[in-house]
Design a protein around this ligand. Structure first.
Ligand code: PBG
Ligand code: ZN
Length: 324
């Protein structure tokens, strides 16, 4: 039966009808708030390229985490910016490093909040790459060893979930083995499994001071055009022991997210990255779009494509907009 018997507009006529036939509902439960932690105390500095995003010292990040929790957001992901950087990224696995101290404070003061840590070396290395550099290349296996120690140090500090974002081969297996050997068999791994060498990370690198000093990340992060390869990355990380698989960025890679949803029976995460967030704010500031509606539309699309967890800088503000 088609027109005139069938009229699709019938079920769109009122807000109540639309509510009754809505297929996807964004919820506060879906959202994860990224937080940047810096040295010092009393620090709350705005990130110019990401309106509404700040860099907090450990004391201040606790207050922000309480606010995020009160708004109903279940989890945060922490990024640390250390005072000093070196060739090996020594700060990354320091027992008293910036992220380790932030995790300990958060677990003490906001125990119900799920604290996820980003596991990478790029914020801690003086060259800004995600691993150890040998002969001007990022050396895979030495990097994996450092990343595993970093994940272990986060678990020791009390992290609920560790999230490797470096894109070295084999790091999920090594992190899993290291955690298990040191009596952390219950700490899950959220793997940035299909992470693309993307232009959309620009604002993040300002915030995290992690722009590579030479070259770029294309020899370890994925090439944007490759869908089959992305599925293989996801499959391998699952085999290596990842508990949750991430696709990143989100909107430009919804096809990969949707394919992953079909292929794997594990929770999926998508990272609505800094550039995606910044673009919406930039257009809204010019009065060209309704920023809040555009943000909600973006996040609903990510959920519709198959994400269970959505990492977004808009988590707290969207939770406030969505209510309970
Ligand atoms: C670190 C890391 C990056 C992001 C998350 N973890 C930057 C990068 O890989 O260059 C990007 C997040 C964003 O842009 O919001 N490896
Ligand atoms: Zn990195």
């Amino acid at each position: 039966m088609s027109f005139p018997a069938t009229r699709m507009r019938r079920l769109r006529r009122t807000a109540t009808l639309r509510r009754m036939v809505r297929e996807t509902r964004l919820s506060r439960d879906d959202l994860i708030q990224p937080l940047f932690v810096v040295e010092g105390s009393g620090v709350r500095e705005a990130v110019a390229s990401m309106p509404g995003v700040f860099r907090y010292s450990v004391d201040q990040v606790v207050d922000e985490a309480k606010r995020v929790t009160d708004l109903g957001v279940p989890a945060v992901i922490l990024f640390g910016i250390p005072a000093a950087k070196d060739g090996e990224g020594s700060g990354a696995d320091a027992a008293d490093g910036i992220v380790q101290r932030a995790v300990a404070s958060l677990k003490r003061d906001v125990p119900e909040l799920c604290v996820i840590t980003d596991v990478c070396l790029c914020e801690y290395t003086d060259h800004g790459h995600c691993g150890i550099v040998e002969a001007e290349e990022v050396a895979n296996d030495p990097s994996v060893d450092r990343l595993a120690l970093t994940a272990l140090s986060h678990a020791r500090a009390g992290a609920d979930v560790v999230a490797p974002s470096d894109m070295m081969d084999g790091r999920v297996a090594t992190i899993r083995r290291t955690l298990d050997e040191h009596h952390f068999p219950d700490v899950p791994i959220l793997s940035y499994a299909a992470k693309v060498a993307s232009a959309y990370y620009g604002p993040f690198r300002d915030a995290a001071e992690s722009t590579p000093r030479f070259g770029d990340r294309r020899a370890y992060q994925m090439d944007p055009p490759n869908r089959r390869e992305a599925l293989r990355e996801l499959e391998l990380d699952l085999e290596e022991g990842a508990d949750v698989l991430m696709v990143k960025p989100a909107l430009p890679y919804l096809d990969i997210l949707a394919a992953a949803r079909e292929a794997f029976n594990v929770p999926l995460a998508a990272y609505h990255v800094s550039g995606e967030y910044a673009m919406i704010h930039a257009a809204a500031e010019r009065g060209w779009i309704d920023g809040e509606r555009a943000m909600e539309e973006a996040l609903v699309a990510i959920k519709r494509a198959g994400a269970d967890w959505i990492l977004t800088y808009a988590a707290a503000s969207m939770a406030a907009r969505l209510g309970s």
